[in-house]
Structure formats: structure tokens, C-alpha cells
Design a protein around this ligand. Structure first.
Ligand SMILES: C[S@@+](CC[C@H](N)C(=O)[O-])C[C@H]1O[C@@H](n2cnc3c(N)ncnc32)[C@H](O)[C@@H]1O
Length: 288
């Protein structure tokens, strides 16, 4: 597995950076999942700062569990739950041991975690064991995540028609990494793209029931924030295979790229965003 950057206090404290999703969107997302599956128990895998675990915990008659290997994230979410008078059982552990830690639950949900593993299939296999026959596996994504969807840009061959400046910024970043003999590695199962994970789960005996989508919101970010994320390593894609000194050099290089090309790195850039989730159901012997 790649280093879990979310074990570091600094990364967790900067986690809001460009990543805040409006509460109304998160609530809509969780409502749609619960309305479809009506689970009595649910486990949120890799809950981070609790963006979906907390809204799930507001449902009456739903027993909520959460597993995250970062003790910093776990403590943060425990405190948030307490502040809001909500209940969820927080398990601070590697999710790959989940079958040994938790009885089966009606629904497992995960979003933006698969990109953290060298072997995401092993992760998905482990957490899917916690789903009984007839139970649900729900995988979510944030569509349009310009700050760390280098992987999406990779998949779509840099066809970032929304914003050619961002595309050129990332092209320069990739080129610099190649020239530094430390090429950027696209994760097997990127955070913002669940197609490969869904295919894998279908091959493991899950059937697609429904894809849900929230309304759109506008995500705003500056290139300065992305450069800061490169420098601080606050996204796994920027920190993988990079030492602190590499990251400083890459951030300075990207600052130079912006000034050499007269790009205002402080300008706010806007991107249409949506949360989506694929709801899969574990089959017994029956085919989908
Ligand atoms: C990019 S964050 C996503 C958080 C949240 N799901 C979201 O969408 O905002 C990834 C989370 O997965 C957690 N994580 C990474 N590896 C893990 C593992 N092996 N077991 C459990 N959690 C893990 C990290 O600590 C972090 O909180």
C-alpha cells in the first residue's frame, strides 16, 4: 500500500483545502443511497473527515460503523460525532482486516479510497466479505475533482476541455516528473473514477442495481492551491514516490511554469462537480 498520508496531522489539518463538498450535496447523496437500499446496518470504509459517515449517522434506526486506518481521522470524526450528538462505532484499523473485525453489515460504502492501494483488488475483496448475500456494496466518486484527478486526465488522455490551462499545467507537471526520472504513476483504481472497481466487483458476483447522482455544484480552486498540495503532499497522487525535497522542487517548478506562461495562479477556476455512486448488490447463485 502507498503510505497513508492521512496519518499525518498536517495533512489532516489541510484536508479541507479545495475539497469541501456542500452539506446539501452530501445529504442528497446519502439520502439517495439509503432510499434505494434501506439498510439496517452500514459500514463506511476510509471515512476521512466523515463527509458521508456523519450524514449516514443521522438516519434513525441505522447502525453505522466506520473504519479508517488513520488515528488522526478517527479521533477527528469521534469528536465531530460527539459534538453533534450522533452515534457511530469508529474502528481505527486497516480495512483489509475488516472481516475479522466486524460482523456482516447490510451495506458497505467507500469513496475515494481505492487509489491508496498498490493492490486495490485485495482491498475490495476484503471489504466485500463483510457484505452478506443480498447486501449492498456502494462505491462513490466525486466527478470533476480538478485538484487530484491527474488520474482522470491520464485516462482521458488530457482531453480536459473544461480548462485548457489546467490541462497544460498537468502536462507540464507530468513532463517535469518524467525529466526528473520520477514519472507520475496513475493509480490502478483512481479516486475520481470507479469504472475499474465496478468491473472488478461485477466479476466477484455483484450486480449493478443503480447509479445515483447528486445535483451539480461548482467547485472552485486556484492553481496556487494545487501547487500547495504538490508541496505539502496533501493528495496521495502528489505524494507517492516523492520525498519532501522532491515535492518542494516540483512545487517551485510549477510556480515558474505559471509565471513563464503568464498564468495567474491566484485566479479562481470553477468546475461543475457532482457526487455519484454505483449501488451493487451481492448475488447468491442467481445471475444478475
Ligand atoms: C482520500 S481520503 C477519502 C475520505 C472520504 N472517504 C472522502 O471521500 O472524503 C482516504 C481515507 O482512507 C483512509 N485509508 C487509507 N488506507 C486505509 C486502510 N488501509 N484502511 C482503512 N482506511 C484507510 C485514509 O486514512 C483516509 O481517511
Amino acid at each position: 500500500m502507498s503510505r497513508n498520508i492521512y496519518s499525518e496531522n498536517k495533512v489532516v489539518s489541510l484536508y479541507g483545502l479545495s475539497r469541501t463538498i456542500p452539506d446539501s450535496i452530501l445529504i442528497d447523496y446519502c439520502n439517495k443511497i439509503i432510499a434505494h437500499a434501506s439498510p439496517r446496518s452500514l459500514c463506511e470504509v476510509g471515512f476521512g473527515k466523515g463527509s458521508t459517515l456523519i450524514p449516514f449517522a443521522t438516519f434513525p434506526n441505522l447502525e453505522v460503523f466506520g473504519v479508517d486506518s488513520s488515528s488522526v481521522m478517527s479521533k477527528f470524526v469521534e469528536e465531530e460525532l460527539l459534538k453533534r450528538g450522533l452515534r457511530a462505532k469508529i474502528i481505527n484499523a486497516d480495512a483489509r482486516s475488516l472481516p475479522a473485525l466486524l460482523e456482516k453489515v447490510d451495506l458497505v460504502h467507500t469513496k475515494a479510497v481505492t487509489h491508496m492501494f498498490e493492490n486495490p483488488r485485495e482491498f475490495l475483496t476484503a471489504i466485500s466479505r463483510t457484505v452478506p448475500e443480498g447486501g449492498y456494496f456502494v462505491i462513490g466518486k466525486e466527478e470533476s475533482q480538478p485538484e487530484d484527478n491527474l488520474e482522470n486526465i491520464g485516462k482521458f488522455r488530457l482531453a480536459n476541455e473544461e480548462d485548457p490551462v489546467l490541462r497544460d499545467f498537468y502536462l507540464a507537471y507530468f513532463k517535469m516528473r518524467r525529466e526528473a526520472k520520477n514519472p507520475f504513476v496513475i493509480p490502478q483504481m483512481p479516486a475520481g473514477d470507479y469504472d475499474a472497481a465496478v468491473n472488478f466487483l461485477v466479476n466477484q458476483g455483484f450486480c449493478i442495481e443503480k447509479e445515483i447522482s447528486t445535483p451539480q455544484w461548482t467547485k472552485q480552486i486556484t492553481l496556487c492551491e494545487i501547487i500547495e498540495a504538490i508541496r505539502e503532499g496533501t493528495f496521495t497522487v502528489f505524494s507517492k514516490n516523492c520525498t519532501l525535497s522532491d515535492r518542494r522542487i516540483y512545487a517551485e517548478e510549477m510556480e515558474r511554469f505559471c509565471s513563464a506562461n503568464n498564468i495567474d495562479s491566484h485566479a479562481i477556476r470553477s468546475y461543475p462537480s457532482k457526487l455519484k455512486a454505483m449501488i451493487l448488490r451481492k448475488q447468491g447463485s442467481a445471475q444478475c
